[in-house]
Design a protein around this ligand. Structure first.
Ligand code: GSH
Length: 217
């Protein structure tokens, strides 16, 4: 059965692929699973039909027959669990890859999201400029050990896995801030992720939505 995911009808990041449908698209492309996309306006995301799928009224969601999922981490894990290619066969290596998925969304991503809050929601506050360096420092904190652990390896634990997919997707959100450039090994790691054919297909698919929306005004 072909799954259906949800994504923004109008990309708030101008098609740069930073919305979380991108990591789900990427996972589906990595395992070679075709998918449908239902595009949603911000209004539709908060309406009962979508809230029945996603209690917080967000994207992405994932529907496959009777199964409806939300949370990009859970969706990518489900895809990786049901298809070959994103999690190793060996049980311990598989557990480690899942650990890196959690590290991405539970340790590395939260301070990155804080930066977006600081810039876009708190930018007009009198204390905003004073707070920003603290937020930036909290972002850097896990990046030092992450970079050291990656070292000169291509991926975090042997072959490319769902752990790398989530980590690269999370780190990509840092690029506009310039912080990623302070960590050349992580920067190169992200570029390796972007160079994967599956990533490119996913990126083009989300960009096509933005391009079509721009053309129709
Ligand atoms: N923890 C959730 C976060 C989902 C999320 O924040 N989605 C954003 C798009 S990337 C969204 O729908 N924003 C619109 C809103 O919250 O109203 C996940 O990983 O799926």
């Amino acid at each position: 059965m072909t799954p259906t995911i949800t994504a923004f009808e109008r990309s708030p990041d101008s098609g740069r692929g930073l919305a979380r449908d991108m990591r789900v698209r990427w996972a589906l492309e990595e395992v070679g699973q075709p998918y449908n996309v239902r595009l949603l306006s911000f209004k539709a995301m908060k309406e009962p039909a979508h809230l029945a799928l996603h209690p917080f009224g967000q994207i992405p969601t994932y529907e496959e027959g009777d199964l409806a999922l939300f949370e990009s981490g859970a969706i990518v894990f489900h895809i990786a669990d049901r298809h070959a290619g994103l999690l190793p066969e060996d049980a311990n290596a598989r557990a480690r890859a899942i650990t890196w998925m959690f590290a991405a969304i539970n340790t590395v991503e939260p301070p990155i999201l804080e930066l977006q809050t600081a810039k876009f929601l708190e930018g007009d506050k009198s204390w905003s400029a004073e707070r920003l360096p603290l937020v930036m420092e909290r972002i850097r904190k896990p990046l030092h050990p992450l970079s050291a652990r990656l070292g000169d390896a291509d991926w975090l634990d042997g072959e490319f896995s769902a752990g790398d997919l989530m980590m690269v997707a999370v780190l990509l959100r840092l690029r506009p801030s310039g912080i990623l450039d302070e960590f050349p090994k992580l920067s190169a790691y992200v570029v390796r992720g972007e160079a994967r054919p599956a990533y490119k297909r996913a990126f083009e698919a989300q960009l096509a939505v933005f391009t079509a929306a721009s053309a129709t005004g």
